[in-house]
Design a protein around this ligand. Structure first.
Ligand code: PNS
Length: 162
């Protein structure tokens, strides 16, 4: 039976830190769904479709899949665990940069396990990406800074055009 994981997030936009977590998930699972989730608590810069396109452009040409099947999908509404159940995923993957991330993620991991017995795998962010977030990257780009160190070239172009 294939081991399937879902890597969910807003990905508004995807950063090199996110791509590193996705690549590492692809080493552990046969199939990884990078799931772009609508978060009603956040006003997005990019539409769900734009975010999917930026992820697909970012992973094209990268040896991200490590033999795994990588699928990019959206969850405009509904529970993450329902999507996970539909695709037969046994695990959720989350990247952890600091204890702030852990404080935010731990209750969600417990709720997801309560709801559907889905385990969450916390993957420690590589220290070189530990300070990168989508919101910081947007701020730097908006103020005219160079974001090439933080995002893929297609994402940098999209940020500069927005
Ligand atoms: O990148 P983000 O915004 O920190 O990701 C948060 C996200 C999208 C993973 C989280 O909001 C989520 O899981 N949303 C799906 C809705 C859901 O299932 N909620 C209950 C789980 S606690």
């Amino acid at each position: 039976m294939a081991a399937i994981a879902v890597y969910p997030g807003s990905f508004d936009p995807i950063t090199l830190g996110h791509l590193d977590i996705a690549a590492r998930a692809a080493k552990m699972f046969d199939e990884v769904h990078i799931l772009v989730v609508h978060n009603p608590g956040k006003e997005p810069r990019f539409s769900l479709e734009q975010r999917v396109a930026l992820i697909e452009e970012s992973i094209a040409g990268m040896r991200l899949n490590a033999g795994a099947k990588v699928i990019v999908a959206t969850l405009p509404s509904g529970l993450l665990v329902d999507y996970s159940h539909r695709v037969g995923a046994s695990a959720l993957v989350k990247g952890i940069r600091t204890n702030v991330d852990l404080d935010y993620e731990l209750p969600m991991a417990r709720v997801n396990r309560d709801l559907a017995d889905v385990e969450t795998i916390f993957v420690p962010a590589d220290p070189s990406f530990g300070h990168i977030s989508s919101s910081l990257v947007k701020q730097v780009a908006d103020l005219g800074g160079d974001v090439a160190k933080y995002v893929s070239p297609p994402v940098a172009r999209a940020l500069n055009a927005h």
